[in-house]
Design a protein around this ligand. Structure first.
Ligand SMILES: Cc1cc2nc3c(=O)[nH]c(=O)nc-3n(C[C@H](O)[C@H](O)[C@H](O)COP(=O)(O)OP(=O)(O)OC[C@H]3O[C@@H](n4cnc5c(N)ncnc54)[C@H](O)[C@@H]3O)c2cc1C
Length: 438
């Protein structure tokens, strides 16, 4: 239930400097808490449009919340961000996954790591994270206004003018309008995630925006025989987009899952993330290649199949799958190589054997669209990074304005990297706002 905003607050009324945070998601909460904890002279108000804040935290990681990733080397961490990795390197030396773990541990929430490096609360319940953030916000004195969508943000022209002329940071330069009236703030953190309004306000306040497009999606492939294999996965495959160049990073390894509409799983999601803009520009239509057996070089595959020709000469090629695939997937791959499953191994001529090697190591698919991945989805694009000082997260074009989380042109692959961006940039912004006040 939201508190009612009390009209025009101010330094005179409260004796404190006023900090507004727009957006009660992971980044907004972290920013608001970090600011309130660091400066007792900050009066922090957090605006959230929804009835319940932290909506994405709640649904994240299939309801378990993949809070961060078990990787403590900033240089390595940044390799998981298709956009913004370079800019995040400095911030990650200040607040990285180890700090996230400690932050939650200090507030009685333990995280655990899974085999692939993803970290979750030991309760396996995202409500633990939500409750922790709510408690921390309350304890630190953050005034949380839920069901309070911000309708407008503008800079007070007199204050803005003073700052622009003298460089001196004035008071009350940001005027925030909600249905309850207007409030003025001395510092403002925009943490509205991928909301259109957030981008518009950022633009009105002088930022430029890299066009927002989706990232982390599955590939739609119109192949009924493939759809019939829905649910089958392979532990390690390589997905690549032949049309692209190596520096575009569109060759990605990982588990691959066949779905009712095409291909999914980490290898596809990573490819979609690195290729978010390329794929958007192509209307999500492109050719991809799948290497179903990345541990096998084509020559090794060829000699294994030649060996089978000798050793299993009388058995049909469909009898068993020699590479540990499910039999149905093996039959599909035989079909893709135009091989009659009734053929005996001994009857497999060289040309057909080579065709099979080709389908196993570079099987082509035509992507015809993008499906939405329900577990994790993020936006590529947002506030351009060169206009933000990543030491403080303050705008370089509008003093006193800060950014954190997904509103920035930063996005990671799946695995907890997107929340880590929200924690890191939120924490930095909160601390910097507090410091600028004291
Ligand atoms: C289904 C799903 C699952 C995910 N799972 C994971 C995961 O397990 N691990 C991971 O690292 N990442 C995950 N992500 C990505 C992650 O959730 C986001 O990167 C992260 O939430 C971004 O945080 P944020 O605070 O910047 O933005 P958001 O979480 O989007 O928060 C923005 C907030 O601003 C509010 N807001 C917007 N406009 C206004 C307004 N006008 N006035 C007031 N409030 C406003 C919104 O209501 C929202 O609460 C997942 C995403 C999705 C969609």
């Amino acid at each position: 239930m939201g508190e009612v905003a009390d009209g025009i607050g101010g330094r005179e009324a409260s004796g404190k400097l006023r900090v507004g945070v727009v957006g009660g998601g992971a980044a907004g909460f972290f920013g608001a808490i970090a600011c309130a904890e660091a400066s007792p002279s900050a009066d922090v108000t957090l605006f959230e449009a929804a009835r319940e804040p932290l909506g994405k935290v709640r649904v994240s990681g299939g309801g378990r919340c993949n809070v961060t990733h078990h990787c403590f080397e900033p240089r390595e961490l940044v390799g998981h961000y298709p956009r913004g990795g370079k800019a995040l390197r400095g911030p990650l030396t200040k607040f990285q996954p180890r700090d996230t773990i400690d932050w939650f541990a200090d507030r009685d929430v333990a995280l655990k790591v899974e085999a692939d490096g993803r970290m979750f609360p030991t309760t396996d319940d995202s409500e633990t994270i939500v409750a922790c953030l709510m408690r921390a916000a309350k304890r630190s004195g953050v005034r949380l206004l839920t069901r309070t969508p911000v309708k407008n943000i503008r800079r007070d022209p007199e204050e803005a003018d003073k700052i622009d002329k003298t460089g001196e940071m004035g008071l009350g330069q940001f005027v925030v309008t909600t249905r309850d009236g207007t409030q003025t703030f001395d510092r403002l953190l925009l943490a509205t995630g991928s909301s259109r309004k957030g981008y518009t306000w950022a633009q009105q306040l002088g930022q430029t925006i890299a066009e927002p497009v989706p990232s982390l999606f599955t590939f739609q492939i119109d192949d009924r025989a493939l759809h019939e294999l829905a649910g089958i996965s392979v532990a390690e495959a390589i997905v690549s987009v032949p049309e692209t160049k190596p520096h575009q990073n569109l060759t990605q390894a990982g588990p691959l899952l066949i779905s009712h509409w095409g291909l999914s799983g980490p290898a596809v999601l990573k490819t979609s993330a690195w290729g978010a803009r390329f794929l958007h520009d192509r209307g999500y239509r492109t050719e991809i290649r799948v290497n179903w057996l990345p541990d096998w070089k084509p020559e090794a595959l060829r000699s294994k199949l030649q060996d089978l020709r000798q050793r299993e000469a009388r058995k049909t090629i469909a009898t068993f799958s020699p590479f540990g695939f499910s039999r149905r997937l093996w039959l599909y791959l035989l079909d893709r190589a135009d091989l009659d499953p009734k053929l005996q191994w001994a009857q497999l001529p060289k040309a057909k054997l080579n065709r099979l090697v080709d389908r196993l190591s570079r099987c082509e698919f035509q992507v015809t669209g993008k499906g939405q991945f329900k577990d994790e989805f993020v936006t590529c694009g947002g506030v351009r990074l060169k206009e933000v000082n990543f030491k403080t997260m303050e705008s370089r074009v509008c003093p006193g304005l800060f950014f954190a989380g997904e509103i920035l042109d930063v996005d990671g692959v799946t695995g907890g990297f997107n929340f880590q961006n929200a924690w890191t940039t939120g924490w930095l912004a909160g601390r910097a706002m507090a410091k600028s006040i004291s």
